[in-house]
Unconditional design. Sequence first.
Length: 306
Amino acid sequence: MDTRLLKTLVELDCLGTMRAVAEATGYGTSAISLQLAALEKEVGAELLERSGRGVQFTPAGRTLAEHAKGILSAVEAARAAVRANAEPSGLLRVAAFASALSGSILPVVRELAVSHPDLRVELQEREPVEVTELLATGRVDLGFVYDYCLVPKLQHNGDTVVETCATPLVLAVPAGRIPLSAIDSPAQLSVLAGWPWVVNSRGEDDAELASRICALAGFAPRIAHRADSLGLVLDLVGAGLGVSVVPGFVAPREDVSLLPMPGVDARRRMFAVTRPGRQSWPAVALMTRRVTEYTGVQEVREARAA
């Protein structure tokens, strides 16, 4: 069975339309249609049926798509096993959220440019949901994503999902506007009742995190502002327009007070994720290991500074 045709079927399963598959792969929709027709002929079963202007999977197509994922993963694992001892080289495509790119990944990429000159790394700034889609369609090889301990979405499995670090979160409030120097207990969070909140504009995890933190003090947050840039979030807070939750590593500012939250399990967890079978690729394994080591050193430094 032609694995290239199986990959096209899996991409259709992930993306939903032939046009989306064509855009992701660079082939035309007619070429995608011909590939899928060839796969139907090879397996001797109808895999797709017309649905309006698009197509949908038949029961046989759905069954084969699920098997194809395992087949492609096994092929990737076999390739990795054959070259497990090879020196990392070639192209490694990485997608990650902004603060991971600037804080952890770029320093590692600089080091690898010296230690592994035959390895070329391409970087994309993406939010976790975007990273997941890029991995599913094979457009990146390795992703770095995050979730929150209070809003868990991922679980370390030691294989395709590896936790690299956990960063404490702090409250960011307008300087001089909140009559506290720290939040000593969850009940004290009630001082924030009525304040507008600033959350991420490219996902709902921040809004859910704010809701769970405020729920500890018995109130619901009012989400007023959304911004993707961490710097812009702090600008909005500094202007007195709201409060937010930010990673504890942000630099101090005169117009923003950063308040720790003892008693609240407020941490942002960072994970390295890849497709099944690719975790043993030399370049993927190297980048994952180096980023994990780098973030571990950073955690120690921050703990000593605190």
